[in-house]
Design a protein around this ligand. Sequence first.
Ligand SMILES: *Cc1c(COP(=O)(O)O)cnc(C)c1O
Length: 334
Amino acid sequence: MHLARFPRVKLCQTPTPLEKMGNLSKLLGGPTLWIKRDDCTGVATGGNKVRKLEFLVGEALARGATHLVTQGAVQSNHVRQTAAVAMKFGLKCTAVLEHRVQTNDKDYLQGGNVLLDNLMGINIEHRAGGTDMQAAIEQVGARLEAAGEKPYLIPGGGSNPVGALGYAAVALELMAQANEMGLEIDRVVHATGSAGTQAGLVAGFNALNAGIPVLGIGVRLPQDRQEANVFKLAEATSALMGGPAVPRESVMANCDYVGDGYGIPTPGMAEAVKLLARTEGVFLDPVYSGKGMAGLIDLVRKGFFAPEENIVFLHTGGQVGLFGYADYLNAAVA
Ligand SMILES: *Cc1c(COP(=O)(O)O)cnc(C)c1O
């Protein structure tokens, strides 16, 4: 695993903190829970996409790109982080936003990430829910090319093998932290969506022979499709790194906490957001880390983990999205 072989721009403040959640662990009475603070990666309020953008934008700059083109849901954290990195490197940015969540809520449509996108002044195009979004950015790219620009297309969530290298780097970072602290990690748990985070971690831990299982908590697809996406991307990421074959059984997703669909709040998410705020002063997000933590809390309560285990929750960021769900969350914690 020799990541210096790939073009990369340094964006993240690393290592992000790895902290014990003493109050939450005590309250739940199960294993010792830790939190890896990738909500503190240091660009545009942080989050996991900055990790992937180190390699994606490294490649874009190496190719002489002038314009980053990407896509996501309306409250996409990935779009906000991509836009901020574009600003930093003096690149133009176009985001195609899919109206994946059916709502007329003003906070959702104009607050949170949308507000920050607007402050940065990126070009935004809108598409209806269910649109083929990869095709949509390819169309935008072709149009920009015809106009003499050099677009660099970043898939949804930055999830391709190049982007996933960012989380292979996190596998390395987490191993170094654990070894330094004398912490034996029994499992890493995090929210999984477009699959790049989990694929990178799985490929990275596998290449390092770390023996640390990763459990993704799904936020969109059913388990079979989520695991298939993660596995395919983990294999491609490992191949890109020249790493070993990825065992299929190292890819595990639990998709029981999606609720009614992507971006639709669940009571478990609201409870998790509230609990983390009130025990640890940590803010989760409503779409990803809130549902991921809802899964972790439920699994602790069901006795899925042994009491002597150390479980690391990877906080993938997204708190800006809280402001897109203000009415729901205010009511839920009242
Ligand atoms: C994108 C995102 C995820 C999911 O990561 P993937 O690599 O897309 O699976 C999790 N949490 C937050 C806050 C995100 O923005």
